[in-house]
Design a protein around this ligand. Structure first.
Ligand code: 3HC
Length: 317
């Protein structure tokens, strides 16, 4: 007798509750599969789109050392996108479909990458704050219940910590430099602080997916918990730099053992998520033209692979 869906779902939840990973060939509720395609592909899109604001400064890095570190970081992000697109494909969706969802504007990517990089200090702030926030989220995701996603995170987190460190070192160098350099660092912190807090998503009370994602151990911590963790770690780092976090309500709360902080501008968040941020159009235009300009590379690689396959089949007869 084929197991009823209820029984299959019960066994699935018991597996999750016991802390087992779900693998591609395991039975899974359609909603579990769909939410992973949604989240992992948006994560992959974020990695690829995230290359654009930083790539903007590769030719303008202030020294060869800074250029090499930034080049390495941007290349890492491409690799992160590759792992995550591959993890998404284990759920039965093709790479071409994923790109179509991004290029058509159907799929989301992280709001943070819709802000402009106006000075070299922004590259420091992105490494320190954006990769710092990504690490907080991604370390949690190394324990997410879907095996391929969790395993991709282990490799990504190792590289992410280099990203965060090189960003913080840029900020430290600027803060120990001239007053102009320190002002650049403060200006970058002023512009990147709040959008970095928005990376963790809406408040738990306004989150569509958090409750179910916690039940399925897709998330091990909620949006607000991760955001608070990021703030508690990052504020002392800003103080060490001698910079002021642009939040007049930021204050250590001894009783809570956390920083209290001001209200996030959720109108700005949803405007950027909906496509009305400072750079949304520029980012999607860049991705579309890169995809079109790269068509000949894909065709050549596919033609070569096909020729190799024909040669192999001819050899085995
Ligand atoms: N930007 C854009 N959309 C966002 C968002 C953000 N910062 N935060 C939330 N959203 C969207 C969600 O996608 C969802 O929309 P959808 O149903 O159409 O997909 C809606 O807002 C409601 O939000 P929820 O909190 O209910 O959604 P999630 O449960 O998916 O939580 C998340 C949001 C915490 C971002 C989660 O998706 C997640 O952990 N994703 C994986 C990590 C990730 O994508 N990080 C992005 C940055 S990657 C990066 O920084 C790379 C580094 O190398 C620099």
């Amino acid at each position: 007798m084929s197991l009823t869906i209820d029984r299959l779902e019960e066994e699935f939840q018991a597996k999750i509750d016991a802390g087992h990973n779900i693998e591609p060939k395991d039975w899974m509720p359609e909603k579990y599969r769909k939410t992973h395609i949604r989240q992992i592909s948006q994560h992959a899109h974020s990695e690829i789109v995230g290359m654009l604001p930083e790539g903007n400064w590769i030719t303008r890095a202030p020294s060869l050392r800074r250029k090499v570190a930034l080049l390495a970081k941007v290349q890492d992000e491409a690799g992160h996108g590759l792992y995550l697109y591959s993890a998404t494909e284990t759920l039965g969706i093709s790479r071409d479909e994923l790109f179509e969802q991004l290029h058509s504007g159907k799929a989301k990517y992280s709001s943070i990458f819709n802000y402009p990089t106006l000075s070299w200090a922004d590259i420091g702030a992105i490494g320190w704050l954006v990769d710092g926030a990504a690490i907080i989220n991604q370390v949690m995701l190394t324990r997410t219940s879907y095996g391929p996603y969790a395993r991709a995170m282990v490799r990504i987190c190792k590289e992410e910590s280099f990203h965060q460190r090189q960003g913080y070192e840029i900020m430290l160098t600027l803060c120990r430099g001239t007053q102009v350099q320190k002002d650049l660092a403060q200006d970058a912190l002023n512009r990147w602080w709040w959008p970095s807090l928005m990376m963790f998503g809406p408040r738990d009370a306004d989150s569509t997916h958090t409750e179910q994602s916690m039940k399925w151990k897709i998330k091990r911590k909620t949006n607000d918990e991760l955001r608070q963790q990021f703030i508690d770690i990052t504020v002392p780092q800003a103080e060490f730099l001698g910079l002021t976090v642009p939040d007049p309500d930021l204050k250590w709360n001894e009783e809570r053992g956390h920083y209290d902080f001001g209200e996030i501008d959720w109108d700005e968040f949803w405007q950027v998520v909906k496509g009305n941020g400072p750079c949304n159009k520029e980012r999607l235009d860049a991705r579309r033209s890169a995809y079109e300009n790269g068509a000949w590379v894909r065709e050549a690689a596919m033609a070569y692979a096909e020729k190799q396959e024909q040669k192999r089949l001819a050899e085995v007869g």
